[in-house]
Design a protein around this ligand. Structure first.
Ligand code: MG
Length: 245
């Protein structure tokens, strides 16, 4: 009996010791899987080897127009220009979590004011807009200027270049998650660098970025297309690539 109780006590001590050890901070075990090798682009604007190139300046074969037909925007000289009135263009591919690189330019000849000047938009998962706008010396509501999560978050700073100059967005996006009832359990999150400057720092998106009503979530698939907005201005895009995360 005595031997047994000693054994029991030792076992208890061992369990406590294991428990204490489990709560200690690292060192952490090395992950078993080696990180995949990705060959970076020539510059950080060029697509790395695991990117899907959505537009390389030549054609819109990866994009669709308004009714699922051909995208009608105009491709020339290595860029695509919005053909106002033809509608948004949408990727054929669908995406969840992504890293996105996209370059854009507002018209060199300035026309209009506020939201009517150089407006377009990058719609993540077809629903969540990172605003594209000529925000160089152009006032509008702050959560509607370039780099805003439209009507939810103003950019941290205004890193806009002049009209007609090429600008970049580098976006890291995490898709929202929904439970079986369609209730959002994890909001979408987005980080945006504008011309290399951090302007959205992992913000939680409140839902669809409506123009005319409060944001809300409506459940959707784990992967949805990207779309670019035709807001009536002849905006230009080039060098669009995406990595699935
Ligand atoms: Mg817009």
């Amino acid at each position: 009996m005595v031997g047994r109780s000693i054994f029991g006590a030792l076992a208890l001590v061992a369990l406590v010791a294991v428990g204490v050890r489990a709560q200690e901070p690292g060192p952490f075990l090395a992950p078993k899987a080696e990180p995949a090798i990705v060959t970076p682009g020539r510059t950080s604007a060029d697509p790395p080897s695991d990117a899907i190139v959505l537009f390389d300046g030549k054609d819109l074969s990866r994009w669709r127009g308004k009714d699922g037909g051909a995208a009608k925007w105009n491709v020339r000289d290595g860029y695509v220009e919005v053909a106002p009135g033809t509608g948004d263009i949408t990727t054929a591919d669908k995406f969840g979590d992504i890293q996105l690189h996209i370059e854009w330019a507002t018209p060199a000849v300035v026309k209009g004011e506020g939201q009517e000047r150089g407006n377009s938009g990058v719609f993540l998962m077809d629903r969540y807009e990172v605003q594209v706008l000529d925000s160089y010396d152009n006032k509008t509501y702050f959560h509607g200027q370039a780099g805003s999560v439209y009507k939810q978050y103003a950019p941290l700073v205004n890193a806009s270049r002049k009209p007609g100059e090429w600008q970049t967005y580098d976006i890291v996006f995490h898709a929202p998650k929904f439970d079986d009832q369609g209730k959002v359990t994890d909001r979408a999150r987005v980080t945006v660098l504008h011309n290399g400057v951090l302007i959205q720092n992992n913000v939680e998106i409140y839902g669809i970025t409506y123009n005319d009503r409060p944001a809300l979530y409506i459940p959707h698939s784990a992967a949805e297309p990207l779309h670019l907005q035709d807001h009536g201005n002849p905006m230009r895009y080039r060098n669009i690539w995406v990595r699935r995360l």
